[in-house]
Structures are given as structure tokens and as C-alpha cells.
Design a protein around this ligand. Structure first.
Ligand SMILES: *[C@@H]1O[C@H](CO)[C@@H](O)[C@H](O)[C@H]1NC(C)=O
Ligand SMILES: *[C@@H]1O[C@H](CO)[C@@H](O)[C@H](O)[C@H]1NC(C)=O
Ligand SMILES: *[C@@H]1O[C@H](CO)[C@@H](O)[C@H](O)[C@H]1NC(C)=O
Length: 340
């Protein structure tokens, strides 16, 4: 089957002819319409078509397992379904921190509640952002969201303005803002430099079509930004600390390995990562943990995390990830801890 498809794909790529017909082609065309896809050449379109069919079948097989309760999460075709998993992994290269942490002492906290959700418990309306496919910028999107949520909680504003990830990419990225940067760069920029306020998205517009960081722009003279006084690092594997901070109203940023079919095409339920993916992390996606609870359907504990793949990805832009001691989520975890 796959050899046959490959042979036809190569034929199609070399001759420029479409290689499949009927339902698969119809499905690919509706996929292109639904996700606003255009391709630069016939051969690019043929490759996209080939991987779309492959990924769509992978989703169907996975969901058949979920239907039999052999998986606790479901997948769906999405904006990444026209590329190979290896390309998806390459879009999100492993983060390399270029700065030393300037973290502060942790805030005083109360004991963790058994379940908590910052967004739901404070009744916040927080817009989900889409980092696009051209710039690996989750470090900036996650930091902007964490600061936005902390500010909303501490100023009791249930409808905070979205803060600019683009400002962090342009002004704090230090040349790797679209590749391997980490949230430490953004947090250092916001805490260590007296003049650096984080401005609303309306004053410093996000442009997820850019492939490289732009010039750091001065904000408009009327823009009112958020100033951060400090941030805190959490030791790797210390999930208890993350629970305590989230439970006390601090959204925590964690580094996660996104390079699996399950994450790439996650749509709902409690995501459980394959063991192989846990040990061979070569990609990074920064997520903001906003809550944790227990899922009755799968009987699993989970973390609820805000991603930046848009609101059509996952559960309205969020992913629930299994919460258990042999798969700790605390990795290069940091959170904004005080406003200035
Ligand atoms: C596709 O474009 C339309 C019109 O610009 C927009 O309303 C829609 O949200 C887009 N869909 C996706 C998945 O980006
Ligand atoms: C990615 O960048 C290319 C080249 O700059 C641009 O033409 C394209 O529209 C961008 N793609 C998206 C999905 O933003
Ligand atoms: C699905 O499996 C889980 C764990 O194996 C179990 O706790 C749960 O009750 C099952 N759900 C159904 C609907 O069978």
C-alpha cells in the first residue's frame, strides 16, 4: 500500500499529474478550503495531498482505538495534517537558552487544592493565539499569555487585553526568536530592563506569517503596558510545586516535546505521551499550565495547558495532559511571580 502510494507520488511529482482520484482528492480539496491552504507548485500540492491522506488515516486509526477505550484522547485533522511528523518536529526546534536565569525567590503560597483552574475559577476570558507555522515562537506566546493571566488575576480584570508576543519575538529574541529561544529571554527582558513594558497586541501587532523576528518597534505614545517585577524557576520534575503555584493563581510555563502524531493532531481528551517520545525530545513547545483536575471518563488526572496553535486546535486551543508521577511535566518551568 505505502510502496504503491510512494511510487505514484514520485510519478506524480515528476510528471506534475495528480496521483489520486475520487474521494481522497475531494477530501484534500475540502481540507485546503477549510484550512486556507495554498501550495506554491503542483509537486508541493501533491506532497501535501499524500501526507494529508496518510495523516487523515492515522487520525482515523487512532480514533478507532479511542472508540474502544484503548486511548484516552482523540485526534483530528488540523493545520499540520499536510506535513510529515518529522517536518512538524523541525518546525519546532529544541529550545536552547541563551541567557542565564535571573529568577527570584518563590512567592508565599498556600497548600495546593485538589483541583483548580485559574481561567475558570477567576472567570477569565483569555484569547487563544496562533503562532502560525513560519516562526517557532511558543516561548514568546507562552510568556505573553502567562503575564496576561497573572495581570488579569492580580488586577481583578476578567477580560484582559491580549499582550503582544511579537514584541517579545522582536525585542527579546536575540536572533533566535523564530527558532530555539526560551521564555527566560522574555522574562529577563521584562524584569531586568527598566523601560521594558509588555504592550497589548493592539499596540504591537502579532504577525505570524513572518519567518524571522522583526525590528524592535517603539510602542505608540498612548500604549499602556504591563511591567513585571520578578519571575520564578521551578526545579525539573517538581510537579507538586507546579500544582501549588497554579492553585495560588500563578500560570506556569513548561517546556514540552510536541513531536508525536498524538500531540500534532490532538483534539480532545487526556493526552498520554508515548514513552519513546519522552526520552528522545528534539523539539520544544512551551505551554502555559492553567489548571489541573481529574477526568472521570478516562479515570486519569490531568494538567490543563494553554497552547498557541489557535483555538481550533485541541480543546478550544487547550490540551489536557496526563498528570502522574512517572511522567512529570515540570521541565524548564518558569512563571511570572510579581507585577511591578
Ligand atoms: C480561513 O480564512 C477565512 C477568511 O479569511 C477565515 O474566516 C477563517 O477563519 C480561516 N480559517 C482558518 C482555519 O484559518
Ligand atoms: C510563511 O512565509 C511565507 C514567506 O514569507 C509566506 O509567503 C507565507 O504566507 C507564510 N505562511 C503562513 C501560513 O503564514
Ligand atoms: C476506559 O478505561 C479506563 C481505564 O482503563 C476506565 O477507568 C474507564 O472506566 C473506561 N471507560 C469506559 C467507558 O469503559
Amino acid at each position: 500500500m505505502s510502496k504503491l502510494l510512494l511510487c505514484c507520488l514520485l510519478l506524480a511529482a515528476s510528471t506534475g499529474w495528480a496521483f489520486n482520484h475520487g474521494q481522497d482528492l475531494t477530501d484534500f480539496h475540502s481540507y485546503m478550503d477549510n484550512f486556507n491552504k495554498t501550495y506554491a507548485s503542483t509537486s508541493a500540492s501533491n506532497f501535501a495531498n499524500y501526507y494529508f491522506i496518510y495523516n487523515r488515516n492515522q487520525v482515523a486509526q487512532h480514533n478507532a482505538q479511542a472508540d474502544r477505550n484503548r486511548s484516552s484522547f482523540r485526534e483530528a485533522v488540523n493545520q499540520f495534517s499536510d506535513i510529515r511528523l518529522i517536518q512538524f518536529a523541525a518546525l519546532l526546534p529544541k529550545a536552547v537558552s541563551t541567557v542565564a536565569a535571573a529568577a527570584s525567590d518563590p512567592p508565599t503560597t498556600q497548600m495546593a487544592a485538589t483541583a483548580y483552574d485559574i481561567i475558570k475559577d477567576f472567570g477569565l476570558t483569555v484569547a487563544v493565539e496562533d503562532q502560525g507555522v513560519n516562526c517557532s515562537s511558543s516561548w514568546a506566546y507562552a510568556t505573553a499569555k502567562a503575564v496576561e493571566i497573572l495581570n488579569a488575576v492580580q488586577t481583578v480584570n476578567p477580560t484582559p487585553a491580549s499582550l503582544s508576543a511579537q514584541q517579545l519575538i522582536d525585542c527579546a529574541g536575540m536572533g533566535t526568536g523564530c527558532s530555539t529561544q526560551s521564555p527566560l529571554a522574555a522574562l529577563n527582558y521584562l524584569t531586568q530592563m527598566a523601560e521594558s513594558y509588555l504592550y497589548p497586541e493592539v499596540d504591537y501587532v502579532n504577525d505570524n506569517s513572518l519567518k524571522t523576528p522583526g525590528m524592535c518597534q517603539p510602542p505608540s505614545s498612548v500604549a499602556v503596558g504591563v511591567k513585571l517585577a520578578s519571575y520564578v524557576s521551578v526545579a525539573d520534575n517538581d510537579d507538586d510545586a507546579i500544582m501549588r503555584y497554579v492553585s495560588n493563581g500563578f500560570p506556569v510555563i513548561v517546556e514540552y516535546n510536541p513531536a508525536t502524531f498524538g500531540f500534532m493532531q490532538y483534539s480532545s481528551g487526556v493526552y498520554v505521551q508515548e514513552t519513546r517520545a519522552l526520552t528522545n525530545a528534539k523539539s520544544s513547545q512551551f505551554l502555559v499550565i492553567v489548571g489541573y483536575d481529574h477526568d472521570v471518563d478516562s479515570n486519569l488526572d490531568y494538567w490543563r495547558c494553554l497552547n498557541s496553535f489557535g483555538e481550533t486546535w485541541g480543546e478550544d486551543g487547550y490540551i489536557r495532559i496526563v498528570r502522574r508521577s512517572n511522567q512529570p511535566i515540570a521541565k524548564n518551568a518558569v512563571f511570572p511571580s510579581a507585577l511591578a
